[in-house]
Design a protein around this ligand. Structure first.
Ligand code: GDP
Length: 304
């Protein structure tokens, strides 16, 4: 799917709300700003980020005195792009680019059902397509289904999956994976982890243990801690980001299931609120349905 198709529900929803927000108004006044605030909040941008955006627009309106409502789309585009630029680089990452170090270790975290396994499979495929040798580690040893799913994705992408029996120590699986990957000169290692959130201390301990064990083989590991969030859950995604950022140092976000949801505004709010770059977005269930996040294209697409 193209970004345009993938974001169509969010786009339509934002567009119709914005149209209503300025209906019968030629000038951006307090009432329009109030309406705009509501548009952003109901589009899952999040309260904090919405207030930041409104504040920026208020300043502009105060400066320019008379701002036409017809300019509002363009202004929103600029202000949101500016906000996203604070945490997202100008050049989106590229699967073809040379990795800063090999094996480049990505530890993937997130609660069950958000699309963690799917995202790992898609990443494996994209890196493989770009000529990189990938190893996957099934360190979510808590659910048999998680291991099975990862094995299926490994087969699809044509990459090895290192696993142990159910209930095995996740850190031990991570160690085996990284050791095999290193011995076989792999470029990328992606480690799946269990997404149990009900016990924060356990989660923290488990992730810390996995990290420590990885570092015995690759001192710089994990090079990336990728938190996968389900964009279609809106405010739940914010809550999960809060919990995981408390449990470990999350360095990047993957936001899935943006196709089929009108809640795509989460991408703007989560990146801003947690000061973490969005690296990938999921736009479907298939292997190709993962895109590297390009903030400018994202904003262009939403507000064109
Ligand atoms: P996990 O439990 O976090 O590993 O979740 P899975 O990877 O098994 O995904 C849960 C469900 O979400 C599956 O049915 C996936 O096909 C689906 N899914 C994952 N990512 C996306 C996406 O970007 N878009 C859509 N529409 N579905 C997705």
């Amino acid at each position: 799917e193209t970004l345009d198709q993938g974001l169509s529900k969010t786009k339509e929803s934002v567009f119709s709300k914005l149209t209503r927000a300025v209906a019968g108004k030629s000038k951006v006044d307090d009432e329009v700003l109030d309406n705009l605030e509501e548009v952003l909040i109901t589009s899952d941008v999040g309260v904090e980020t919405t207030l930041r955006i409104i504040e920026r627009i208020e300043k502009r309106v105060a400066q320019d005195k008379y701002v036409n409502t017809s300019e509002l789309n363009g202004i929103l585009k600029q202000e949101i792009a500016g906000l996203l630029a604070e945490n997202n680089s100008d050049t989106p990452i590229d699967f073809d680019a040379e990795l800063p170090t090999t094996p480049y270790v990505i530890m993937v975290v997130g609660v069950n059902g958000v699309g963690k396994t799917t995202t790992i499979g898609k990443l494996a495929h994209q890196f493989t397509k770009a000529g990189k040798k990938v190893y996957l580690g099934a360190a979510d040893t808590f659910r048999a289904a998680a291991v099975d799913q990862l094995v299926i994705w490994g087969e699809r992408a044509g990459v090895p999956v290192i696993k142990q029996k159910m209930g095995a120590d996740p850190a031990s699986v991570a160690y085996d994976t990284i050791a095999s990957a290193k011995a076989n000169n792999a470029d990328v290692v992606i480690i799946d982890t269990a997404g149990r959130l009900h016990n924060k201390i356990n989660l923290m301990n488990e992730l810390t243990k996995i990290k420590n064990v990885m570092q015995k083989v690759v001192p710089s590991a994990p090079n990336e801690v990728l938190l996968v969030l389900d964009g279609s859950t809106g405010q739940n995604a914010f809550e999960q980001a809060k919990q995981f950022t408390k449990a470990t140092d999350v360095t990047a976000l993957a936001i899935t299931k943006l196709d089929g949801t009108a809640k795509g505004g989460v991408v703007i709010g989560i990146s801003d609120q947690f000061k973490i770059p969005v690296k990938y977005i999921g736009l479907g269930e298939g292997m190709e349905h993962l895109q590297v996040f390009d903030k400018d294209r994202f904003v262009e697409t939403l507000f064109e």
